[in-house]
Design a protein around this ligand. Structure first.
Ligand code: ZN
Ligand code: ZN
Length: 382
């Protein structure tokens, strides 16, 4: 089968970039040989979203250790990338059929964090922070391929007569925004979103759908802010440049001035920058909430720590999606006519498919690299 893989030796990680379209053996279900296949399904991808994490693999910015440690552990020299899937089930293992009711022809998407089901968090219903989780397309083979084998317990049925397939393929990253925006009650509140990349843009429409009254967006990239405006954001503030503390201070001042001299009720950090995190904290009014989503490796310095405690500000971390609570909320939001979430995603974030829908069979690395650099989201069509 054809698959888009990371196939560069660990020692060449920094010297290479991109992914390789290769011909590799297709996965199969064989319960006699592999008893765990009873729980699995063989899926034919129809559409697959290219994630920010795929982009950081493409440019060799993150996930090196996770990918190579998993290859060392399980054997193998390459990793099939991709985890944002809409696909059709071709075959099911006996348990996948009996226990989960899946059958060939079913249309599904997937949770990308494969939870173990055995650790303490999994047992108390917090599988999104499973201690032993695998990530599809990073520690186990993913969906940028003609076939992918996935555990039935991770799948999420999707009705493509109600959800447009291009949107259905990106429910997983949209779920990040739903998780972040449902972490605290946003009804009637003012919210500042720091970082209007893909998940930040999703958060603009999700926060609105969940009741946020007034939404501010900040970003260094004017293209992202223009998209946020098309999505109906109330105010955008351009961060003049990265790593400029004075520029960031002026953003905090503008937000405070705009919101009664005190700041917003809640801020969401989606930029993954230490300076921006401090700005997100400082832009929240006393008693407000800060939702942490963006990440960067290494140490962070929290400025004016005392101010956080003395002003009763609360910090909340968000990772992945609550399985499957977030998915249920996401489904309600996508089906709601009032939110027009599907239209906004397709028309604005996916630019009606123009330049964003990419034929998997006509993959051209140079052309593809240009696409991922000029749009917030690219979706493969198989
Ligand atoms: Zn993703
Ligand atoms: Zn677990």
């Amino acid at each position: 089968m054809k698959a888009l893989i990371l196939n560069s030796p660990q020692k060449n990680w920094d010297l290479t970039h991109g992914m390789e379209m290769a011909e590799i053996p297709s996965p199969i279900l064989d319960e006699k040989k592999y008893p765990e296949d009873a729980n699995k399904t063989l899926i034919k991808p129809l559409y697959a979203g290219f994630c920010g994490s795929d982009k950081s693999i493409w440019f060799r910015k993150a996930f090196k250790d996770m990918i190579f440690n998993s290859l060392d552990l399980k054997g193998g020299s390459y990793r099939v990338c991709g985890h944002e899937l809409l696909g059709e089930i071709l075959e099911t293992g006996s348990v996948a059929e009996r226990h989960y009711g899946y059958k060939p022809g079913d249309i599904v998407t997937t949770e990308s964090h494969i939870f173990c089901g055995k650790c303490h968090q999994c047992q108390i219903g917090e599988a999104h922070v499973c201690s032993n989780h695998e990530i599809i397309g990073i520690t186990t083979d993913g969906c940028f391929a003609d076939r992918v084998k996935l555990p039935a317990k991770e799948l999420w049925r999707t009705d493509i007569s109600k959800i447009r397939p291009e949107v259905a393929a990106i429910q997983e990253p949209l779920g990040n925004a739903v998780h972040a925006c449902s972490r605290v009650d946003l009804r009637g509140k003012s919210v500042a979103i720091f970082g209007c990349g893909t998940i930040g843009l999703f958060s603009v429409i999700v926060a609105r759908a969940l009741g946020a009254a007034y939404i501010i967006g900040t970003d260094t990239n004017p293209k992202n802010l223009a998209l946020a405006e098309k999505l109906g954001i109330d105010l955008t503030i351009k961060i003049p440049e990265e790593n400029n503390p004075e520029a960031i201070l002026s953003v905090i001042e503008q937000i405070r001035k705009d919101r009664h001299g005190e700041g917003v009720d809640a801020s969401i950090e989606m930029a993954g920058s230490n300076d921006v995190l401090n700005a997100a904290i400082a832009s929240v009014r006393p008693g407000g909430d800060i939702i942490l989503f963006g990440i960067a490796s290494g140490d962070y310095t929290i400025s004016n720590f005392q101010e956080i405690v003395m002003n009763g500000k609360s910090l909340h971390s968000v990772v992945g999606r609550q399985v499957f609570k977030t998915w249920h909320i996401l489904n309600n939001l996508l089906l709601s006519k009032e939110t027009r979430l599907q239209e906004k995603i397709y028309e604005v974030i996916l630019n009606k498919g123009i330049g964003t829908l990419y034929s998997f069979n006509k993959f051209n690395p140079k052309e593809f690299e240009e696409s991922i650099q000029s749009h917030p989201k690219i979706v493969f069509k198989f």
